[in-house]
Design a protein around this ligand. Structure first.
Ligand code: GLA
Length: 409
């Protein structure tokens, strides 16, 4: 059995002797002190952002009707109550720049203008996000923000934008650190709270430098609605997981790794695969940005996106990204420490047949001989308590599926 990156026993013993169970979690997450001290300068996104984005389902086929209908559905479906907050229009909302260089909305798709749309979304108690690009043109060929950063930030603030996703197409030889810093400064100079989402696909390792620039950064190329594989510039879910997981120590309150938006409900995967996709994003403290047609969700999609017990793991206040502690062929164990000395444990079966997966205390980070730890175990997909914790968690996990537990106090 190959163990990947588990904490050393001596580190755990030290932490346990020197304090509480929470102490062992701090040792487990090497970057915890910095996470507390170095909040992103704007103070936003203290938990991973949640919301919806138009791209994965609608691509360039968007309009103000679609966005309004989605905002309505965010409320009526219970998504808003479950924590989904930002309604983000991705690429292709743009018209031309006016005579003074100010960006306008596409007059056919958004005849009422972006300000009216933002007002509508705010009237529903939701927040509003928009998309631009650090280059001359967006990936969809619309006007980018290069050379117009302050003007665009001012426009967004006037419209009531609360979130900006900032892409990396057509940037030529721009330096990403500088290009993103210019827009970060421009947003800050408006005085409005705007979550800043960097989307340069992980090319320049933004986890190493973007913590004081933005609130989240893409770590990978685009996701596609498939379990695995590469499709032009896009990747299946399991590939994205493997790209994102190693960067766990760089995430924390105010600055998150972004493995891209959710595909749950878009039709290309099975319910088990969507459950795994969602659970893995949660374990990785990823932004939960739904990418499906919220106004027309089926029950299976709803039961995944609206699982509040699973969402609570993503949104946990400790703000530590979970990681894979065991990889044994297709069997994986993932662990995420939670506030108050609790833990989330995910048993993930990548294989094509059902298999029993077991996580021991040592793998989770709870050597019972040292801690005498006792707590309850709750199955977060079955929504029930499954007993008291002793020294391991075990489950028969169907193909491409997960079992997810909370070890509570
Ligand atoms: C890039 C981004 C995607 C999406 C498209 C829009 O590919 O990575 O998330 O925003 O551009 O054109």
């Amino acid at each position: 059995m190959l163990r990947t990156g588990a904490p050393s026993l001596s580190a755990l013993c030290f932490a346990l002797m020197s304090g509480s169970l929470l102490g062992s979690q701090a040792a487990w997450a090497g970057d915890t002190t910095q996470q507390v001290v170095n909040k992103a300068p704007n103070g936003l996104a203290q938990t991973p952002p949640m919301g919806w984005n138009s791209w994965n389902k609608f691509a360039c086929n968007i309009s103000e009707q679609t966005v309004r209908a989605t905002a309505d559905a965010m409320v009526s479906s219970g998504m808003k109550d479950a924590g989904y907050e930002y309604v983000v229009i991705d690429d292709c909302w743009h018209g031309q720049r006016d005579a003074n260089g100010f960006i306008t909305a596409d007059p056919v798709k958004f005849p009422s203008g972006i300000k009216a749309l933002a007002d509508y979304i705010h009237s529903k108690g939701l927040k509003f996000g928009i998309y631009s690009d650090a280059g001359r043109q967006t990936c969809g060929g619309r006007p980018g923000s290069q050379g117009h950063e302050y003007q665009d930030a001012l426009t967004y603030a006037r419209w009531g934008v609360d979130y900006l996703k900032y892409d990396w197409c057509d940037t030529g030889d721009r330096n990403p650190k500088e290009a993103y810093a210019v827009m970060a400064d421009a947003l800050r100079s408006t005085g409005r709270d705007i979550v800043f989402s960097l989307c340069e696909w992980g090319n320049s390792e933004p986890w190493l430098w973007a913590k004081n620039t933005g609130n989240l950064w893409r770590t990978t190329g685009d996701i596609t609605d498939k379990w695995s594989g590469k499709y032009n510039y896009s990747w299946g879910v399991t590939n994205i997981v493997d790209f994102n997981e190693p960067h766990w120590s760089y995430a924390g309150p105010g600055h998150w790794n972004d493995p891209d938006m959710l595909e749950v409900g878009n039709g290309g995967m099975t319910t088990a695969e969507y459950r795994s996709h969602f659970s893995l994003w949660v374990m990785m403290a990823a932004p939960l940005i739904a990418g499906n047609d919220i106004a027309n969700m089926d029950e299976a999609t709803r039961s995944i996106l609206l699982n509040k017990e699973v969402i609570a793991v993503d949104q946990d206040k400790l703000g530590v990204q979970g990681r894979r502690v065991v990889k044994d062929g297709d069997k994986e164990v993932w662990v995420k420490p939670l506030a108050g000395g609790e833990w989330a444990v995910l048993l993930f079966n990548r294989g094509s047949t059902p298999t029993t997966i077991t996580a021991t205390s040592e793998q989770i980070g709870l050597p019972p001989a040292v801690t005498g730890f006792r707590g309850f175990v709750r199955d977060l997909w079955a929504h029930k308590k499954v007993g008291s914790y002793r020294d391991r968690i075990s489950a028969l996990v169907p193909s491409h599926d997960v079992a997810m537990f909370r070890i509570g106090r």
